[in-house]
Design a protein around this ligand. Sequence first.
Ligand code: CA
Length: 361
Amino acid sequence: MKRREFITKMGTGVLAAGAGMASVSNAHAAGKRFRWKMVTTWPPNFPIFQDGVKRFAKEVRRMSRGALTIQVFAGGELIPALQSFDAVSQGTVEMGHGSAYYWAGKIPAAQFFTAVPFGLNAQGMNAWLYGGGGLGLWREVYAPHKLVPFPMGNTGVQMGGWFRKKIDTVADLKGIKMRIPGLGGKVIAKAGVNPVLLPAGEIYTALERGTIDATEWVGPYHDLRLGLYRAAKYYYYPGWHEPGPTLEMIINTKAWEALPRELQLIVKNAAMASNLWMLSEFEARNLEALQTLKEKYHVQVIEFPEAVLAELKKLTALTLQEEAAKDATFKMVYEKYQQFQRTHDAWNEISESAYARARRD
Ligand code: CA
């Protein structure tokens, strides 16, 4: 190599190193167009969930002036719904949308990032994730899987579920078969319920035929659409098992790191906006659907008896302790979650709860 050539090359190298890796890759990426694929765990046209994801993709495309286009696929359209975690982790597709507790088999601690029985509600989850260190923990837990998670959606407090017979005492739970996933299923099993897992498409038929005696699903808006009122007449509340489930958006780490900073900011903020949009949709639409269920379909809407809730609460503490003893990461996240919940509850007691009491009295 000639001396002059060598010096020129050295100079370029020094310049690049001086500018820092991030800005070099951003300089290369500037003006580059990204075409990503996003797979969800939801059925096509699933209201609020799948609609919210499509809305997110459209907004990202508009805000980035077409620099980032995201093609959205519902569960089963490109890959089976529950394989989205692996598909994004392996980089087959860049993004996914679903809920973290679907991956409890791989990461037991993931359940904290969706919902914990008798745990935080939607407001509490957002406070923990955005303001209380929860999102940092979530990133830490997902990092070995080459995934970057974002909160993106929340259903608010769900309903307790549909029952074919009345639940007056804890003993009435014994021996019934109920579709209820996650930690809620583990808790209620201790009360004698036989919890089963069924995808959305099979719930109605199973309940109608009596293959199951009860099911939880989402809330009035989604439950009305699934027609569950035709198979069971007792609709219990509150959703003690899912008090404010957060939905998640996941991005393959390599794909995320290759994205210019400006596009990262667009994705991050669009996800935050979608988180609020979905929760607002649920809050705005549930009551009207509940009125329809009551008035048009004569559903009996009943609060779980106090003794039943007290027993389930006791069994929740037991279940969480058992799970923590089995998995170190679960234990670590559980301790931090619990610590946040305690302080949030204390603040809630003199803010939201006190206000709710004042309104009632
Ligand atoms: Ca549910």
